[in-house]
Design a protein around this ligand. Structure first.
Ligand code: URA
Length: 206
């Protein structure tokens, strides 16, 4: 399974702000958005391009356009924290939502809502910031594939070995773009060192 760790000083800087327990919600939210620009840029770095003839104010030339439509799927709740950056970069993207909640005892995903646009010929970016057990992301991949997706990239902030293993087993062709590979999971299935509960930190619900 292709895994890309974004290798950029800004990515590490933003991630450090997110990991810091003293970062308050407004800065956490802004920083998640900034990091998402870098992650989404990487997740689209191999998108096919088509030539586009245009005229500058001086002469005709040839530019490029994206050769594939893009669908962005936010996995509730934390994926919502990355969606604004994705739409800033790709205003034409269509949006899907995958509502899943983890059972706090088993960490298994419990689905409660999905809504997807057509995605057959699109690059599908699944925004799942915390790749912990892999259950939610693997479930979201199942859903988008059942909806016709064939070109799927996962956009994660922090990834744990357990989650990558599940993805390798269940969706080996899905590319994972992440800002960090962390050490392990806690007994409560939180990523270590991680950044805590991403949804709580984004939305101030802790
Ligand atoms: N979800 C989170 O928000 N944080 C983790 O560490 C794991 C899953």
């Amino acid at each position: 399974m292709p895994v890309t760790v974004v290798d950029h000083p800004l990515s590490r800087h933003y991630l450090t702000i997110l990991r810091d327990r003293t970062t308050a919600t407004p800065l956490f939210r802004e920083t998640a958005r900034r990091l998402a620009y870098l992650l989404v840029a990487e997740a689209t770095s191999d998108i096919p391009e088509i030539e586009k003839p245009i005229e500058t104010p001086l002469e005709p030339t040839t530019g490029t356009a994206l050769g594939r439509p893009i669908v962005v799927v936010a996995v509730f709740r934390a994926g919502l924290g990355l969606i604004d950056a994705a739409l800033d970069l790709i205003p034409d993207a269509r949006i899907g939502y995958a509502g899943v909640q983890r059972n706090e005892e088993t960490a298994e995903p419990m689905e409660y809502y999905t809504k997807f646009p057509p995605m057959g010929d699109a690059r599908v970016l699944i925004l799942e910031p915390m790749l912990a057990t892999g259950g939610s992301l693997a479930w979201a991949c199942d859903q988008v594939k059942a909806n016709g997706a064939t070109d799927v990239t996962a956009v994660c902030v922090v990834s744990a070995p357990a989650g990558l293993k599940v993805m390798e087993e269940r969706h080996p062709e899905v590319r994972v773009v992440t800002a960090a590979l962390d050490r392990s999971l806690s007994d409560a299935f939180y990523i270590q060192p991680g950044l805590g509960d991403m949804g709580d930190r984004l939305f101030g619900t802790a």
